[in-house]
Design a protein around this ligand. Structure first.
Ligand SMILES: NC(=O)C1=CN([C@@H]2O[C@H](COP(=O)(O)OP(=O)(O)OC[C@H]3O[C@@H](n4cnc5c(N)ncnc54)[C@H](O)[C@@H]3O)[C@@H](O)[C@H]2O)[C@@H](O)CC1
Ligand SMILES: Nc1ncnc2c1ncn2[C@@H]1O[C@H](COP(=O)(O)OP(=O)(O)OP(=O)(O)O)[C@@H](O)[C@H]1O
Ligand SMILES: [Mg+2]
Length: 323
């Protein structure tokens, strides 16, 4: 691998990017995020700023899909759908009147039911609170394949990444996929795809290699610093957050990313100065999540929960992107 000139060129670029990484780089990338945000306008119709679908929610987990779907709305999507198992649907509906909830994932006709909605969706977020039931995962596999066939961008998180670790071919080479693994999910994926443990001293290289091995899907490794790559470029997001690590923060990130991915692809590479739109979108979602965490922690300290972070989305968004 390292002797291949193309590969070492990429690595060099990644390393020099790491060295050059600074507050200034972060600011420059934030500017690109600002460029992709659609202006609010009185001439737009409902739906134009985003119709997002979240695929997840089962008997055990109802919070995660709710967090993802409500975050998409709070960031600025017009409509947010949840495709979940039937047991989760009344619970999710009861959390919020703003979400459209489809209790289809455990039905034998799940793929068909979800497919009916796909033409109306701009992006899918697959995995928050999905669980690991085989029958459910088979249906999600069908929904993913149908989404790819329609060229719909997909953010894959949580148990969606479990599915991808079992079957990397599902997203191999799909340029409209963004994966958002936490520490554990990343090492599981890395093991499955590269057939060996990652080098924990070289997280940049590991993220870069995983993205390349998956055919340049965008990979966001969440952690103390978020490391993002599309196999060509590596970005680091170290926006100040807090030391509070309550569950659900990743769901806020993947839900926000669903909207930002749609906006970034609409804006195109002219608006992102040649950088990959998906990478810019991912950087935006990471910055936003960490800023929400920072603001919520200032108010609530140790008692901060993801609901407190969601309450900060508006102010955090303005602070980062509307300055
Ligand atoms: N309220 C809810 O309904 C929530 C449901 N969740 C769902 O729970 C399911 C399982 O998600 P998990 O994230 O637990 O996935 P995993 O079952 O893969 O576990 C990840 C594990 O890694 C550990 N971990 C995380 N960061 C680490 C680090 N830096 N170093 C070492 N260990 C680390 C965590 O403690 C966790 O136990 C998913 O469906 C997820 O969406 C979560 O999203 C949390 C909120
Ligand atoms: N040590 C850390 N310091 C600062 N921020 C962190 C740290 N670890 C994670 N984060 C941030 O928290 C957010 C969620 O990351 P995390 O690794 O908790 O995801 P997750 O495990 O998928 O969460 P969830 O509980 O929603 O499933 C990301 O924005 C990430 O940048
Ligand atoms: Mg998660």
């Amino acid at each position: 691998g390292a002797c291949n000139p193309r590969y070492s060129g990429v690595l060099e670029r990644a390393f020099s990017l790491r060295k050059a990484h600074s507050i200034k780089d972060m600011e420059n990338t934030l500017q690109l995020v600002r460029n992709i945000i659609p202006p609010l306008s009185s001439t737009k119709h409902k739906g134009q700023d985003g119709r997002i679908g979240v695929v997840g929610g089962c008997q055990e987990y109802t919070g995660a899909p709710y967090f993802a779907a409500i975050s998409a709305l709070k960031v600025g999507a017009d409509l947010s759908h949840v495709f979940c198992a039937s047991a989760a649907a009344p619970v999710i509906k009861a959390y919020s009147p703003e979400l459209i909830v489809h209790p289809v994932l455990d039905s034998p006709s799940a793929v068909h039911e979800a497919e009916k909605w796909l033409p109306r969706l701009h992006a899918l977020v697959v995995g928050p609170g999905l669980g690991r039931d085989d029958a459910l995962l088979r249906n999600v596999q069908g929904i993913l394949e149908a989404s790819k066939a329609r060229d719909i961008p997909v953010v894959i998180d949580a148990d969606g990444l479990w599915l991808v670790a079992q079957q990397p071919a599902l997203i191999q080479g799909y340029r409209k996929a963004v994966l958002t693994p936490n520490h554990m999910e990343f090492s599981r994926l890395y093991d499955a795809v590269l057939r060996g443990p990652m080098d924990s001293n070289d997280s940049h290289g590991s993220v870069l290699r995983l993205s390349q091995a998956l055919g340049n899907v965008t990979v966001v490794q969440k952690g103390e610093r978020d490391i993002l790559s599309n196999g060509q470029q590596v970005l680091v997001c170290s926006q100040e957050g807090s030391s509070r690590r309550c569950g659900g923060q990743g769901d806020l990130l993947s839900g926000s990313l669903g909207v930002l991915v749609h906006w970034a692809l609409l804006a195109g590479p002219e608006k992102t100065n040649g950088s990959s739109p998906l990478l810019v979108a991912a950087f935006g979602a990471c910055s936003l999540t960490r800023q929400c965490n920072h603001q919520a922690f200032q108010k609530h300290g140790r008692s901060t929960t993801t609901s407190d972070m969601i309450a900060e989305v508006g102010a955090a968004f303005s602070k980062l992107f509307e300055t």
